[in-house]
Design a protein around this ligand. Sequence first.
Ligand code: ATP
Ligand code: MG
Length: 420
Amino acid sequence: MTKLKALNGFKDIVPGEVELWQHVENTARDIFARFSFSEIRMPILEKTELFARSIGEATDIVEKEMYTFVDKQITMRPEATASLLRAYIQHGLHVQKPVQRLFTIGPMFRHERPQKGRLRQFHQMDVEVLGASSPRVDAELMAMGALLLETLGIHVSLEMNSLGCPDCRPGFRKVLLDFIKERHGVLCDDCKRRSTTNPLRVLDCKNPVCREQVEEAPSIQDHLCDGCSEHFTAVQEGLNQLGVPYSLNKFMVRGLDYYSRTTFEFITTDLGAQAAVGAGGRYDGLVEQLGGSRNVPGIGFALGMERLILLLQQQEELSTPNVIDLFVVGLGEAASEFVFSLVHVLRKTGMQAAMDHEGRSLKSQMKQANKAGARFALIIGENELAEGMAVLRNMESQEQEEIGIGSNLEDISTLLVEKI
Ligand code: ATP
Ligand code: MG
C-alpha cells in the first residue's frame, strides 16, 4: 500500500516540535494580556466577497493566492483582519467598548509556492485595535510586537512607512506614475501590469532590475497631507519615547489595499527571501468599507508563526523533553489492575502519572519510564501489593526507598504528593 502524505505546503506539527509552538503561543498570550487584548476566534471559511472587498482585487492574495470554492463563492481565509472586522461589525462589538483590542491565533491559507518559511497552510498571531486613531496606539502596538519578539529571543529590525490617506495618496500616485512611465520599458512584466492597476506595488517589487529602477523614486513621505504628516511624526516620537528602535523605509507599501497611514514590518536577515516575520498597519476606512459604522479607525499586525519557529530552531537545538511526574510500574495481573485505579486517582489530584497497559517486564517498563522523562517511578509487584508496600525510585539520583502504601488510593495519593 502506498503511504498517504500531507499535501504539499501543508504540515503536521508533531510532538518534539509542538512544544516550541506552545511556548511561542503562551508567550504571546501573556504579552497580549498585559496590553489588555481579548481573544476572538473566527471561522476559517468566509464569503469570497469579504476578501475581495477588503484586501483588494488587484493584490497578489486575491488575484492568485486564495483557496476558493468557486461554485459556492466561499474562500478559506488568507489572513485574519478581514474576518475579524466582519465579526466585529456583525456582533456590534463597538457598542460594548469604544476601543476594542482583539487578538486571534490560527491557520491561514494561501496558494503560494511552498518553500522554507512559506507554506500553503500557515499560522498567524494577529492583533487588531479598533476605534482608536491616536498615533500613540500605532507606537504602542509596534512596541508590543517588539517586546514579544524580544521576549522570545528573536532579533528583528522594525521598518516603518506611511501610505498616506485617500486625500494625499492619489497625488503621490500621479507623481509616481510619471516616474514609472519614464522607465516602463525595462520593468518586469508584473510591474508593467501593476503600473496601471496598483503602481505603488512597483516600489516593493523584488526583481533586481525593478529595484534598481525605483531606487531614486519619489518618497511618499514627502507627499503626505498635513494630517498624515503629523500622524507619521507623532508615531515616530512615540516609538522614540518608548525606546523602540526602527527605521523608515519609503519602499514599503505592503501587499494589501486597505492600509492607510502607518505600515510596518518586523524584518529578519536570517530567513533568506522570507524576510518578514510580521507586518501590519493602519486601515482607517476599512470598517466602513465592510459595511460597519463610519469613523471606526483601526490598526493591527500579524506575526507568521512558522517563521518565528524556524528562527527559534535555528538559534539553538531547543529540546523540551516531555516530563512527567510519576511512572507507576505494576507487575502481574493484580498489581496492574491496582495501578490502573491508582494512576487515575493521581491524575485527578493533578499529577502527571503514567503506566504500562501491556503487561511488560520490569526492565521494559523502567525503559518506558525513562523515555517518558519520569521524575519518579513507583514499583508495585504482586508480593509488595499483598504486603501493602512499594518501591519509590528517584529516576535522576537513582535512590530508592520502600514505602508503606496500604490499600486506600486517596491515602497513597496524599503520600505521593508529599514525597515527590
Ligand atoms: P510575504 O511578503 O513574505 O509574502 P506578506 O506580506 O504576504 O508576506 P502578510 O499578509 O503581511 O504577509 O502576513 C503577515 C505575516 O504572515 C508575514 O510577515 C509572514 O510572517 C506570514 N506569512 C505570510 N504568508 C505566509 C506563508 N505563505 N507562509 C508562512 N508565513 C506567511
Ligand atoms: Mg505574500
